[in-house]
Design a protein around this ligand. Structure first.
Ligand code: SF4
Ligand code: SF4
Length: 102
């Protein structure tokens, strides 16, 4: 049986370095999640607390004339790490905490 060769230290990508401004935008961190937030639009009062508290900017404000108060909130699942802060902070329980399915 052939042993799998592990990369040497010189072949590993450099850690803790932001090489280009804004490059984290292209990195998909969805694999980190065990649970994910799901916003229940009917319950949402548009208070924006989830948007303010999310440490990853993964709550998106969508301007939509047809929505209540002309906007709604969505989760950017490519950048949401599943920390649960939005779920904990929503004052009206408009965010459900759902097991991630893969
Ligand atoms: S679970 Fe964490 S990372 Fe994901 S949207 Fe909520 S606050 Fe942001
Ligand atoms: S914290 Fe809850 S009520 Fe406030 S905007 Fe977010 S989902 Fe809506």
């Amino acid at each position: 049986m052939m042993e799998e060769r592990l990369p040497g230290w010189k072949e590993l990508p450099e850690g803790a370095v932001v090489r280009d401004a804004g490059n984290t935008e292209t990195i998909d961190v969805s694999g980190w999640r065990v649970f994910k937030p799901v916003i229940i639009d009917e319950k949402c009062t548009r208070c924006r607390l989830c948007w303010i508290y999310c440490p990853d900017g993964a709550i998106i404000e969508v301007i939509d004339e047809k929505a209540k108060m002309g906007k709604r909130y969505e989760v950017d699942y490519m950048h949401c790490k599943g920390c649960g802060i939005c779920y904990a902070e929503c004052p009206v329980n408009a965010i459900e905490w759902v097991p991630e399915e893969r």
